[in-house]
Design a binder for this molecule. Structure first.
Ligand code: GLN
Length: 308
């Protein structure tokens, strides 16, 4: 079913767009710096297949940190909760996503899978013998979630990040020294940067959000894509740590499970109702889409979306 442009949504996007001026595109990954800071688009995907949108929803966005929820779901299925949570914790940090600070407070196990240190450990756990095999496993899962076999990754953004990833490199070496990861750091970073560079449009992103909202079930083909327990754990992390060190404020102002990325993407899951995909590359100082947050705030208020 094609996505319908929606007038009400369009008005909210126009209003929220004013806030793009307050943000800046991420440029620590040089290729991301080329995004247009004035862009803002949204798609909402319902479990009955309906989809409404506003803005240019054909623009492709790389997942960046949004991929962290999906790789977590995959490793929880491949390895089980016990194995995963022996290696990564469940607590918010209150620190920026790329902070190294808490790793120094022993044990060095990262506090949660949504910060870079924790996400690197999760990616390390993806099964397979080669980067290609592990990446294809993750990509296959993402294609299934979005029901879109054409999803791939952006090589330019992956290699741009790999070249500029010295902070993530430092996190990896720290984790390796403490025996939390055991593989070659460059191999892990190669896989991680490809994971972050997986790209799709807002509609695909909204559909993935919808699958999490429906507890891991694809209502459109009756297929269970992940156990409900895995979807539940992922949504809980989205609430407690999904918007980095702005997750508390987000829970109060908006109140839905959501995950953001430095590309300016936000994936939202309104439990039992629908999935949301947003693209707005101008970021606030914590790395969240500044207009994307406003847009969600308007939506949450108008349609009483908060779970709390
Ligand atoms: N690829 C990015 C990084 O590791 C993802 C971070 C983000 O989206 N916050 O720095």
């Amino acid at each position: 079913m094609p996505c319908q442009t929606n007038g009400d949504l369009q008005l909210i996007v126009e209003e929220a767009k004013k806030y793009t001026k307050l943000g800046k595109v991420a440029d620590y990954i040089p290729e991301l710096g080329k995004a247009n800071p004035g862009d803002l688009s949204i798609a909402i995907h319902y479990p009955d297949g309906r989809c409404i949108s506003a803005g240019d929803i054909d623009k492709k966005i790389t997942l960046q940190s949004i991929s962290k929820v999906i790789s977590l779901a995959l490793v929880l299925m491949e390895r089980g909760n016990r194995y995963v949570f022996e290696r990564v914790g469940m607590e918010p940090t209150g620190d920026p996503f790329n902070s190294i600070a808490k790793l120094e407070t022993m044990p060095a196990k990262p506090l949660n899978p949504m910060i870079n240190a924790g996400a690197l450990v999760v990616t390390h756990m993806i099964k397979g013998d080669t980067v290609e095999e592990r990446f294809n496993r993750l990509l296959g899962f993402i294609r299934e979630l979005a029901d879109d076999p054409s999803i791939g990754y952006c090589e330019r953004i992956a290699s741009s990040e790999l070249e500029a990833a010295d902070l993530n490199r430092a996190l990896c070496y720290f984790l390796k020294q403490h025996n939390i990861i055991k593989e070659d750091v460059e191999i892990l970073l190669d896989l991680y940067t490809k994971q972050c560079a997986i790209e799709m449009n807002c509609l695909d992103l909204a559909r993935i959000g919808m699958i999490f909202a429906m507890d891991g079930m694809d209502p459109l083909n009756g297929k269970r894509i992940m156990p409900d327990d895995v979807a539940r754990i992922c949504k809980t992390f989205m609430v407690t740590c999904g918007m980095y060190n702005a997750s508390g404020e987000f829970a109060i102002k908006i109140g839905i499970p959501a995950k953001s990325g430095v590309s300016g993407g936000i994936m939202g899951s309104v439990p039992g109702k629908f999935g949301i995909g947003i693209f707005g590359p101008a970021l606030d100082e914590k790395g969240n889409s500044v207009a994307g947050l406003k847009l969600l705030e308007f939506l949450s208020k108008n349609y009483r979306l908060s779970m709390f």
